[in-house]
Design a protein around this ligand. Structure first.
Ligand SMILES: [Zn+2]
Length: 440
């Protein structure tokens, strides 16, 4: 067949009557090639159009972040802090769950951490170093006052079961026998040491009496749920102008941890303190990786400074008490703390207090007798939407107000979540999450 065709084409060159046919066939081949390249061009054009179209949502999302920035700026002028100056507490803001280069998985230096804390005007930082066999990382990390910031040196200890605890101050002796969280908790507590459950979804030892609280929100855990392709394009369009606000693109209320916390408190009737952790590791603000410390994805964000801006734990100390390790640890132990996503607005000024018919008073973290009824008072530094929870269920709500009093006539574990409807794209995610008042 191939031979016959070759012969045919050979004879067409040789004999003039076949020249036209040959020209036609050449033309046909040329047209085919043209047609093919035209098809390729069209295909490329379609792809180009699709690529451009696919970016429209991200351009729109960039605009949304611009609006969010403007809305946040507008809130700054609306702060109502007069009440906070009058009452008996002072609000200290800080971050919990920070690693330096001491425990591996991190390149952060003490200087970088101090500078980042100062830039964020933080009052305290709780360091939670990964333990090492050769030396005591909790003792070697930042401890005490540095550059006007109070540091508490602690540790993050993992059991073979995958359970993890934040211990501060100090750590536990490193042995081979840490199979479960109970092995961590069964040891003697060094003086005043607190134990907070990290990664509550991995925790199994809920029946234990030996932990004080739970890291309800973890920036690290939340960041693991990032949709990478979406974040890639969001980053491409928005990172240049709104690097810190990219957080709003993946921030999710920690619903599972909140449910778990509500349930454990309801069942055990124990007071369990909620805090937020940043789990700041290294030289990326939002570091995404697995629990073994392997990076999966990292946006090129400032070291520490940006993650310290996102979510903070605020401690309330009586005005006559100075900020020192002892008083801060007491506030954390007693649940006189709340956490807030200060990237949207500094929550300083928030209060959640109770008064009963016997005129006894309590603040978040405390117990109070119901009496005939109890008045739960919420004060926020901004007009907001306030949700009241009892034993894990929303039972009441106040809108467009910075102060509200809920009257309750049933015992229960009452806590509030504060939302900012002014911030359109995050209006359904909480700004502040309080610790409970235990009405018995
Ligand atoms: Zn950690």
């Amino acid at each position: 067949m191939a031979d016959a065709e070759e012969q045919k084409s050979f004879s067409s060159v040789q004999s003039p009557p076949n020249e036209r046919a040959a020209r036609e066939s050449r033309g046909k081949r040329l047209r085919l090639r043209l047609f093919r390249s035209k098809r390729v061009r069209i295909a490329l054009l379609v792809l180009l159009v699709l690529a451009v179209l696919s970016q429209i949502p991200f351009i729109y999302r960039r605009r949304e972040l611009g609006n969010l920035r403007a809305q946040i700026e507008a809130l700054k002028n609306n702060r109502e802090l007069h009440f906070a100056r009058e009452d008996e507490y002072r609000d200290y803001r800080g971050v919990i769950h920070v690693h330096s280069s001491l425990g591996g998985h991190s390149t952060g230096t003490p200087r970088a951490i101090i500078t980042a804390a100062q830039a964020n005007e933080l009052h305290f930082v709780v360091m939670t170093e990964h333990p090492a066999r050769e030396f005591d990382t909790a003792a070697l990390t930042l401890n005490g006052a540095h550059g006007g910031v109070l540091f508490i040196g602690g540790s993050e200890v993992a059991a073979a079961s995958g359970e993890r605890l934040l211990l501060f101050p100090g750590s536990v002796p490193q042995t081979n026998t840490i199979q479960t969280a109970n092995d961590i908790m069964s040891g003697e507590r060094t003086s005043g040491q607190l134990r907070f459950v990290a990664y509550p979804s991995e925790f199994r030892s809920w029946e234990s009496q030996d932990y004080d609280g739970i890291e309800i929100y973890s920036l690290f855990t939340n960041a693991r749920d990032i949709n990478l392709p979406v974040m890639f394009f969001d980053g491409l369009w928005s990172y240049g102008s709104y690097p810190d606000l990219l957080f709003a693109r993946f921030y999710q209320r920690p619903a599972a941890s909140l449910r778990q916390w509500d349930e454990v408190m309801r069942v055990t009737r124990r007071r369990i303190v909620a805090v937020a952790g940043v789990d700041a590791h290294a030289n990326v603000g939002f570091r995404v990786g697995d629990m073994g410390g392997h990076d999966v994805f990292g946006l090129l964000l400032d070291p520490y400074e940006r993650s310290f801006r996102v979510v903070r734990t605020h401690a309330l100390l009586a005005r006559d008490r100075e900020l020192n390790a002892e008083n801060l640890l007491a506030a954390l132990r007693d649940g006189h703390v709340y956490f807030s996503f200060d990237i949207f607005s500094d929550a300083t000024g928030f209060r959640f207090t109770a008064t009963n018919s016997e005129r006894q008073t309590a603040m978040m973290g405390d117990e109070i007798a119901l009496g005939l009824e109890a008045r739960l008072r919420v004060v926020a530094p901004l007009e907001s939407r306030i949700l009241l929870f009892r034993d894990g269920d929303v039972i009441d709500e106040a809108r467009n107000t910075s102060q509200h009093e809920f009257i309750v006539r049933q015992p229960g574990i009452y806590r509030v979540e504060i939302y900012l409807p002014q911030l359109t794209i995050v209006q359904d995610q909480p700004w502040i999450i309080s610790n409970p008042i235990y009405v018995r």
